[in-house]
Every structure is written in structure tokens, then in C-alpha cells.
Write a protein that binds this ligand. Structure first.
Ligand code: FNR
Ligand code: 8K6
Length: 347
């Protein structure tokens, strides 16, 4: 029944995966005070090295990208050295690992980097406070100048080069879930009237420039992207958003990315403007390797691959609850149910 999950999969001529189950990126807020990955993190990832590919927790590209406590970075030598321990541990057990590159944009908070402002496409604030640090209220972001946008693109590319130096097999650009890149892609957060706003082509420009700058450094075959065409997290939907993704997806298909990944918590969610599920919408406009995610069991995930809804399955919460997920599913053993208390320790 679930056999299809355990078939090897060739991402491209350079990267082959031992099976079709990916570890979804999962923020754990366990890096040290300098945002350096720890030995415990290396052991945590190594325990999951029998998945086809691990995608690391979202990892910030520079100090002002930070929106949550103790999220790891990839912009200092110490961080690169810390990640090297993680990638070595995963490789020693025969696994593969991509780094997820992150800038939170308007969901960043100056508290974390002792700054004055946060930058985003437009001066559109998110309402509310930082999760688990309720005393930190989100501030109104400063619209990035074109020169600042160029710097951001440069810093994404540098972080990708640092990821390769740290031993990662590739990177996944975090373009999902209401963070910086996604903020350019939705009308709720992008009110610009320059070459980065107003039209689908302009609103897609930043995402594509980041993709291309990273690929220049490390190659398209090691570059992947996560997208949320349906706004659902720190973002209000707008029916015009579909036109942006209608433009962006064929543009991405022209590039030989390692894969495209849906960013969502529950794949059953439907979006009126997309005509249904985000994954089905993307599948209809993008014909290369697609990763599905969000509320899947081994059975429903295998069925989805079998019926060609996507090619690879990412698993998040069940992999927090079951470090030995792959073995359990292969041996038809029951899975431990995830609960939020599990987030307080790295097992
Ligand atoms: C997430 N998710 C997430 N997504 C992402 O792109 N980068 C990240 O760092 C995180 N961090 C994160 C932390 C925690 C605690 C959860 C529960 C989720 C979303 C995650 O990758 C995935 O899309 C969802 O968890 C849905 O998949 P599951 O858990 O239903 O298999
Ligand atoms: C990516 C960084 C964040 C920190 C962790 C977040 C984890 C939270 C898990 C729960 C779910 C949230 C759901 C949001 C979507 C709502 C859909 C209607």
C-alpha cells in the first residue's frame, strides 16, 4: 500500500533520494545564543537521516531576518561550522539535507537583532505579537528601497554559498507562509508601484531574482523553492493573487530547479480564488518535481503520489513525534501521535 513511498527518486543527474519521504522544514528555536546549531541538533537531524531528504528548519540569511527566538543562521563562520556538524552527521548515516533559507520580512522583530526597523515590500504591518513572546508586538515595516532589495538578493546568494560550504546538498528558498518573499507575491502585503509591485510580473520579480542569484552561486540543480499560492498565515487572501502565481509558475518551470514545494499546514484546505487545493492548482501549472505536504498519513500520502497529485511527500509533525518514522511505516508499526508539548525538547 505504502510501497511507492520507499522507491528511490532521482531529483536530477546529480541528486538521488533513497525514498520519496522528505522531512518538512520545522522551526524548533533550539540554536544557541549566537544562532549556531548545536550538537543536540546534529543528533536530532541524524536520527532522521533515513528519510529521502531532510529540509532543515528555516535558517535566517542575515540578522534582520529574525522573527523568532534561537532560530539558526547561515551568515557567520561559527554558524557555518555548526551546520557542518549537522550535515556530517546526516551524511555519515547515508542521508541528504538541504538548508531552508529564510527572511521573515515584516514578521521580523528588532528585539532580536537590536535594530530600529524591519524591512518588507510595503509599510503594511501584521497585527499581533510574536508567538511565545507575547510582549513583542509587530511593528510597521519600512518599505525596502531598490538598493536594499539588491542587497537582500545578494545576501540570499551568499547564504546559499555558505550552505554549500557547510556541507548541505542544496537549499530550499523559503518563499512561503507569509514571510519576505511571499510578502512580495501577495496584494495584502505588496502595495509597491515600482518594478517590484502592481503587476504579476513585477510582484514575481523579487522571487525570481533570488532564485536566479542563488542558482548562479550553486546551480539550479541544488536550488529548490517553497511557495504558498493560498495566503493563510500572517496574510490576508486577495482574489488577484492567483494572477501572480499564474505568471510565476511557468517562469519557474523554465528553470531546472531541484523541486518545488507547497507551503501549507493542511493540504485539504481549499482556496476560492485558486479553484480548490493549492497543490492541485500548482500541479496544473507546473510540470516538474512537486513536493506535497500538510496533514498526510503514510496511506493518504502514498495515494496522492499514486494518483499523480505530486511526486514527493514531505512529513512534518509526525516526524517530530517519530524520529524512526521510516522504520515504523516500513514495518507497519503504529505511529506516536504528535502533540505541541513535544516542541519543548529535541528528540
Ligand atoms: C512548521 N512549518 C514550517 N514550514 C516552513 O516552511 N519552515 C519552517 O521552518 C516551518 N516550521 C514549522 C514548525 C512547526 C513546529 C510546525 C508544526 C510547522 C510547516 C511544516 O513544514 C509543514 O508544512 C506542516 O507542518 C504540515 O505538515 P504536517 O506536519 O501535517 O506533516
Ligand atoms: C515557521 C515558524 C514558526 C513557528 C512555529 C509555528 C508552529 C505552529 C504550528 C501550528 C499551526 C499553525 C497554523 C496556521 C495556519 C492556519 C490555517 C488555517
Amino acid at each position: 500500500m505504502t510501497d511507492i513511498l520507499f522507491q528511490p527518486y532521482q531529483l536530477n543527474s546529480a541528486i538521488s533520494l533513497q525514498n520519496r519521504v522528505l522531512m518538512a522544514p520545522l522551526t524548533r528555536c533550539m540554536a544557541d545564543e549566537d544562532l549556531v546549531p548545536t550538537e543536540e541538533m546534529a543528533a536530532y537531524y541524524a536520527r532522521r537521516a533515513d528519510t529521502g531528504l531532510i529540509i532543515s528548519e528555516a535558517t535566517i540569511i542575515r540578522p534582520d531576518a529574525q522573527g523568532y527566538p534561537n532560530t539558526p543562521g547561515l551568515f557567520t563562520n561559527e554558524q557555518v561550522t555548526g551546520w557542518r556538524k549537522v550535515t556530517d552527521a546526516v551524511h555519515q548515516k547515508g542521508g541528504k539535507i538541504f538548508a531552508q533559507l529564510w527572511h521573515t520580512g515584516r514578521v521580523a522583530h528588532p528585539f532580536f537583532f537590536s535594530g530600529e526597523e524591519v524591512i518588507a515590500p510595503s509599510a503594511e504591518a501584521v497585527e499581533g505579537t510574536v508567538p511565545r513572546m507575547r510582549e513583542l508586538t509587530y511593528i510597521t515595516p519600512t518599505p525596502a528601497t531598490v538598493a536594499q532589495i539588491e542587497e537582500l538578493i545578494h545576501d540570499y546568494a551568499q547564504a546559499a554559498a555558505n550552505a554549500i560550504e557547510a556541507g548541505f546538498d542544496g537549499v530550499e528558498i523559503h518563499g512561503a507562509n507569509g514571510y519576505l518573499i511571499d510578502q512580495f507575491l501577495h496584494f495584502d502585503s505588496n502595495k509597491r508601484v515600482d518594478q517590484y509591485g502592481e503587476t504579476p510580473e513585477n510582484m514575481s520579480r523579487f522571487a525570481l531574482e533570488v532564485v536566479d542569484a542563488i542558482a548562479d552561486q550553486i546551480g539550479y540543480h541544488r536550488t529548490a523553492l517553497r511557495l504558498s499560492p493560498g495566503a493563510y498565515f500572517n496574510m490576508q487572501p486577495d482574489s488577484r493573487d492567483k494572477e501572480v502565481f499564474d505568471y510565476l509558475l511557468p517562469e519557474l518551470e523554465k528553470r531546472d530547479l531541484a523541486f518545488l514545494h507547497i507551503g501549507i499546514f493542511d493540504d485539504q484546505m481549499t482556496f476560492e480564488h485558486l479553484g480548490g487545493r493549492a497543490s492541485d492548482y500548482v500541479r496544473s501549472r507546473y510540470n516538474k518535481t512537486l513536493v506535497g505536504v500538510g496533514g498526510f498519513t503514510p496511506q493518504t500520502g502514498a495515494e496522492a503520489i499514486q494518483s499523480d497529485r505530486f511526486d514527493l511527500l514531505a512529513i512534518g509533525r509526525p516526524l517530530i513525534a517519530n524520529p524512526d518514522y521510516i522504520e515504523r511505516v516500513k514495518n507497519h508499526q503504529p505511529l506516536v501521535e504528535y502533540s505541541e508539548e513535544m516542541l519543548s525538547s529535541l528528540v
